[in-house]
Design a protein around this ligand. Structure first.
Ligand SMILES: [Zn+2]
Ligand SMILES: [Zn+2]
Length: 163
């Protein structure tokens, strides 16, 4: 095994090893809303769909996928306003400062906006999705896999939203 492979492998194993014990904390811009995630994200990816671009005001949004039972609000839940961007799917944001925070699937938090995480979440994005909807002024300059829409292995329960 080459050294680079070994390094990558041991880094991956460290992530997994620390994954169950870690706590990820995040908050909105004004600080009214904060949350805590027990354990690590399952996947982190950059979404280039038009809904993410509009609602984040950015070239793409970075999402961390979790199980709903990993997530809890630690303050300001009453300030979280939900906008239904597709049937059964809502985007939760702070109504005081407008920070996009989470995506809810039938009322349960299934994805978190990684830009709101306060510290290092211990993981890096692994893919670009909905690249067919990418902003024409944005060039993807890394070598991560790109998918026109959802990646083929995605859980079918997540494919409810037409992005
Ligand atoms: Zn806020
Ligand atoms: Zn998206």
């Amino acid at each position: 095994m080459e050294l680079t492979e070994l390094t990558a492998k041991s880094r991956f194993e460290r992530q997994i090893a620390g994954g169950d014990n870690m706590t990820i904390r995040g908050s909105c811009l004004c600080g009214a809303v904060s949350y805590e995630i027990t354990g690590s994200f399952k996947v982190m990816g950059n979404c280039h769909c038009s809904i993410c671009r509009k609602s984040h005001g950015a070239a793409f949004a970075t999402w961390g996928i979790i199980d709903p039972d990993q997530f809890r609000w630690t303050s300001g839940e009453t300030f979280v306003q939900a906008y239904e961007s597709s049937p059964g799917r809502q985007r939760g944001f702070c109504q005081k400062c407008g920070t996009p925070l989470v995506s809810l699937h039938f009322g349960e938090v299934g994805e978190v906006v990684v830009g709101t995480v306060d510290d290092d979440p211990g993981m890096r994005p692994s893919e670009h999705i909905f690249v067919a909807s990418k902003a024409p002024w944005h060039e993807i300059s890394d070598t991560l896999p790109q998918f026109d829409e959802w990646p083929p292995e995605i859980d079918s329960s997540l494919t409810l939203e037409v992005r």
